[in-house]
Design a protein around this ligand. Structure first.
Ligand code: PLP
Length: 399
C-alpha cells in the first residue's frame, strides 16, 4: 500500500462529529434521541439573508472571486468589528475564509513551523489541538479546572509564556465551557502578554455577540492597544447569524500575517463563493434582532440547564455566561454503574447516557478535560426539558 504523509498519522476526525454521527445513526434506527452534542445555534438567518443570496445568484459573474474577499464583505466585517470597539482596521488588515475553522487552520499554517510552540487554555475547542497536531506544533496546555471557573490566571499565563511559545491562542467566550473573561480578567492577562513581545496572539472570539447577564465583550487589543501589532482577531457568521452551513469566517490583524492567509487562500480555496459573500454582507449589515432574540433565549436555556445541574449531587457546573454550552464536571459518576454499564470515564458515561436515555453529549476528553462533558443547549425547548429530565434520572439511577 502507498504511504500517506507522516502528518496524517497525527490527524484524526473531529470527536464532536463522531458523537453527532452516532446519535444520528440511533435516530435513523427509530430511537428517540435528544442531541445536546453538536455546537450549532439551531436557528436560521433572517429572510434578508436569503434574499441577498438569491439576488447574487441572479447576477452571478461566473468568475473566481478575490482571495481576500470582496470589498463589500470586507467593509461589512470592518464595520462589524467597529461596533464592538475594534476601530482602525482596513481591508488590507482583513481576510475571509470558509468559516473560522478554515481561517484558524490557515493561521496555524502561516505562523507555526514544525516544532514551534503554541499555548492555549484547557478545556479547549477540539480543533485547536487537532490542527496543532497536523502542523506539528508543540502544544503547551494551560489548565483551568472547574474549581477555577475554567479560567486561567495571569500567573499561569506568565508561566506558560516563559517557555516562549510562538503563539498564544485564546477563546472568549469559550467553547466548551461558556465562560466569559470580564474586563478585569482580560486586562490581567493582557498585562502579562505585554511582557512577551515575541508571541503572536490569536483571539478566537466567534461568540462575541452571545453574552448574557449584561456582560460586555472585550479583548486584549481593546484593553491594551499596544498588543494590536501582534494580535489577530477571528470571527465567524456561523453562531451569531445561524449560518454554520454557509461557511463564512474572517480574521483581522497585522498586514503581514493577513497577507500570508490571503496567499494560503489563493492556494486552497481561491475564494468564498458569491452567494455566500452576499448573504454574509446582508447578515452583518442587516437587522440584528434575530441574534439579540436568540441570545436572550440562550440565556434563559442556560438558566434551565443550571437549575438541573445544581440539583444533581456531586455535579459541579460553573455558570456559563455566553455562547450556548455548559460543561459540567461529572466525575462523581466515575466508579459507579448504570444498569449493566460500568462508568469509568467520560466516554463510558456518554455511551451509557446515549444508550440508556437517548441523550447525546460530548465527552470532555474531546476538549482535553476528561472529568466533564459538554452540553450544547440550543435544541427546541421541549427537547431541552425532556433531555434534562432524562439526564437527572440517569444520575438518580446510578448505583
Ligand atoms: N472557534 C470556536 C471556538 C468554535 O466553537 C467554532 C465552531 O464550533 C469555530 C471556531 C469554527 O466555526 P466556523 O463554523 O466558523 O468554522
Amino acid at each position: 500500500m502507498m504511504d500517506l504523509a507522516e502528518r496524517m498519522s497525527r490527524a484524526r476526525p473531529s470527536a464532536i462529529m463522531a458523537v453527532a454521527e452516532k446519535a444520528k445513526q440511533l435516530k435513523a434506527q427509530g430511537r428517540d434521541v435528544i442531541s445536546f452534542s453538536i455546537g450549532v445555534p439551531n436557528f436560521l438567518p433572517g429572510q434578508h439573508v436569503y434574499d441577498a443570496a438569491a439576488a447574487a445568484l441572479q447576477t452571478d459573474s461566473g468568475q473566481y472571486g478575490s482571495n481576500r474577499g470582496p470589498n463589500g464583505l470586507l467593509d461589512a466585517c470592518i464595520e462589524h468589528m467597529r461596533e464592538i470597539g475594534l476601530t482602525g482596521y482596513e481591508s488590507r488588515n482583513c481576510v475571509t475564509g470558509d468559516g473560522a475553522k478554515h481561517v484558524l487552520y490557515n493561521l496555524f499554517e502561516a505562523l507555526l513551523n514544525e516544532g514551534d510552540g503554541i499555548a492555549f487554555p484547557v478545556p479547549y475547542w477540539t480543533s485547536y489541538f487537532d490542527i496543532a497536531e497536523i502542523v506539528g506544533a508543540r502544544v503547551t496546555l494551560i489548565p483551568a479546572s472547574a474549581e477555577q471557573n475554567y479560567k486561567i490566571t495571569p500567573q499561569q499565563l506568565d508561566e506558560a509564556l516563559a517557555n516562549k511559545p510562538k503563539v498564544f491562542l485564546f477563546n472568549n467566550p469559550s467553547n466548551p465551557t461558556g465562560m466569559v473573561y470580564d474586563e478585569r480578567e482580560v486586562a490581567g492577562l493582557a498585562a502579562v502578554l505585554v511582557k512577551y513581545p515575541d508571541t503572536w496572539i490569536i483571539m478566537d472570539d466567534i461568540y462575541n455577540r452571545l453574552l448574557f447577564d449584561g456582560l460586555k465583550y472585550t479583548n486584549f487589543v481593546l484593553v491594551r492597544p499596544e498588543l494590536r501589532d501582534r494580535a489577530i482577531f477571528v470571527d465567524s457568521l456561523s453562531k451569531t447569524y445561524g449560518m454554520p452551513g454557509w461557511r463564512l469566517g474572517f480574521a483581522a490583524g497585522p498586514e503581514s500575517i493577513i497577507n500570508a492567509v490571503v496567499t494560503l487562500n489563493s492556494n486552497h480555496i481561491t475564494s468564498v463563493n458569491e452567494m455566500v459573500n452576499a448573504a454574509g454582507i446582508a447578515a452583518l449589515t442587516g437587522p440584528q434582532d434575530i441574534t439579540l432574540q436568540k441570545c436572550a433565549e440562550f440565556a434563559s436555556k442556560r438558566d434551565q440547564v443550571m437549575t438541573v445541574m445544581n440539583a444533581i449531587p456531586g455535579v459541579v457546573c460553573p455558570r456559563p455566561r455566553g455562547a450556548f454550552y455548559a460543561f459540567p464536571d461529572i466525575s462523581c459518576a466515575f466508579g459507579k454503574n448504570h444498569g449493566a454499564n460500568a462508568i469509568g470515564n467520560d466516554v463510558e458515561f456518554c455511551n451509557a447516557m446515549l444508550e440508556a436515555k437517548g441523550v447525546a453529549v460530548v465527552p470532555g476528553s474531546a476538549f482535553g478535560e476528561p472529568s466533564a462533558i459538554r452540553i450544547s443547549y440550543t435544541c427546541k425547548p421541549a427537547e431541552l426539558t425532556e433531555g434534562l429530565k432524562r439526564f437527572k434520572q440517569f444520575f438518580a439511577e446510578l448505583t
